[in-house]
Design a binder for this molecule. Structure first.
Ligand code: ADP
Ligand code: MG
Length: 380
């Protein structure tokens, strides 16, 4: 098959456009998990259970106890560019407080899988006009009833009643069943699960006040308690040895205008607070994956913060070894842009050098207090 013989320009049909677009948001099971966990967090969940089968290639299920979706709004939840999180461009300019806002995740996931959204709204969590909307959309169910909706390869079914607890369960079966070329790009189940595990781990660490659990092929990988304690989340995710080696970092810049730390921190630093946990230099791994850095609570993989952490250890790390870190950096919204990268892992700082120096100094001081670095450690 040599493809089309003529090169005339044609308009692609809606389904083709939908599937091409889907490929940009949904690359693999882990990208689905990311979107669903973000939705659960945006819904104010206290408990999020992620369960996948065959690395997520056969089935992904994310269950939460968040605000839920009224039955009449289920079709909106899976519609293109439909979101409850922003209303217009002004909302976007004034800063979005939610992880999502584009209103495209469920729509695109539904285009390339068999998607079921089952939900029951938290009483009083939703606008009472939802009841009026119910009449308009023809969904004949009370606004606080449990209901479900299935989308198969972009084909949206009817809203049906479903018995379920308050909250939302999203199931994604047979990812890429209708896009065989994409399905072929998937790696082994073990590798796909590895990616899923990394995503869920980052959200569990970033949200120690939410009980996050992960299950693969019926076996629990980890479960955090959701008690708000970061050390307990690290214990659940990385185990006892790593948790025991962790050193607390907590430094609010405005608290200390004159201390020895302050002398090393650039006077014009935009950083307001640096806190979290870093490991003893003897507890390391061979790659940087365990350096979890968050800017204003968003996970970022950019090298600026990771390098700042590694640099703070000076010569204390063995060659090609990296510490564990779960580090939160807070800056005023105007000094950082977390949306420059479409997958939102990259950030752009107004003063990257000052940010880096601040983080490095704060960690150096935490290590010094533990006697890991000498007080007069030479700077490099
Ligand atoms: P976005 O998150 O950008 O708004 P999505 O396609 O991810 O877009 O979700 C569309 C809408 O569906 C959300 O704005 C929200 O109203 C609703 N929704 C999705 N997942 C959940 C959930 N787990 N709990 C409550 N509402 C949800
Ligand atoms: Mg979303």
């Amino acid at each position: 098959d040599g493809g089309p013989e003529t090169s005339s320009i044609r308009h692609l049909d809606e389904r083709t456009v939908q599937r091409i677009a889907a490929g940009e948001v949904v690359e693999r099971p882990a990208s689905v998990v990311k979107e669903l966990v973000e939705n659960a967090l945006d819904a104010g969940a206290d408990r999020i259970s992620v369960s996948v089968t065959d690395g997520g290639t056969s089935r992904i299920r994310v269950r939460d106890d968040g605000v839920g979706i009224p039955p009449a709004q289920l079709p909106d939840a899976v519609a293109e560019h439909a979101t409850s999180k922003i209303a217009d461009i002004e909302d976007l300019d004034s800063g979005v407080g939610t992880l999502g806002f584009r209103g495209e995740a469920l729509y695109t996931i539904g285009a390339v899988s068999r998607l079921t959204v089952r939900s029951r709204p938290r009483p009083d969590a939703h606008d009472p006009t939802a009841a009026r909307e119910a009449e308009q959309t023809g969904v004949d169910l009370p606004p606080d009833a449990g209901a479900e909706l299935t989308v198969e390869g972009g084909e949206v079914g009817d809203v049906r009643p479903a018995g379920c607890p308050v909250g939302t369960t999203v199931e994604v079966a047979d990812l890429f069943f209708n896009t065989p070329a994409r399905r072929k790009f998937l790696k082994t189940d073990a590798t796909e699960f590895d990616h899923v595990n990394r995503v869920v781990t980052q959200y569990a660490l970033a949200n120690p006040d939410v009980a996050v659990s992960l299950e693969h092929d019926g076996r629990e990988t980890f479960a955090t308690q959701g008690n708000g304690d970061l050390e307990s989340a690290v214990l659940a995710v990385y185990g006892r040895d790593v948790a025991r080696s962790m050193i607390t970092v907590d430094y609010a810049i405005e608290d200390d205008e004159t201390g020895p730390e302050r002398a090393e921190i650039p006077a014009d630093t935009p950083v307001e607070r640096v806190y979290g946990l870093v490991s003893h230099p003897e507890t390391t791994r061979a790659n940087r994956e365990y350096l979890s850095t968050f800017v204003n609570d968003r996970y970022v993989t950019a090298s600026t913060l990771r390098n700042a952490v590694v640099d703070a250890y000076g010569g204390q790390l063995a060659p090609d070894r990296y510490p564990f870190a779960v580090l939160f950096v807070e800056l005023p919204a105007g000094t950082v842009d977390v949306n420059v990268h479409p997958r939102k892992l990259e950030v752009k700082y107004n003063k990257p050098e000052a940010v880096k120096r601040t983080v490095r100094t704060v960690i150096e001081n935490a290590l010094r207090e533990e006697g890991i670095l000498r007080s007069s450690a030479p700077r490099g």
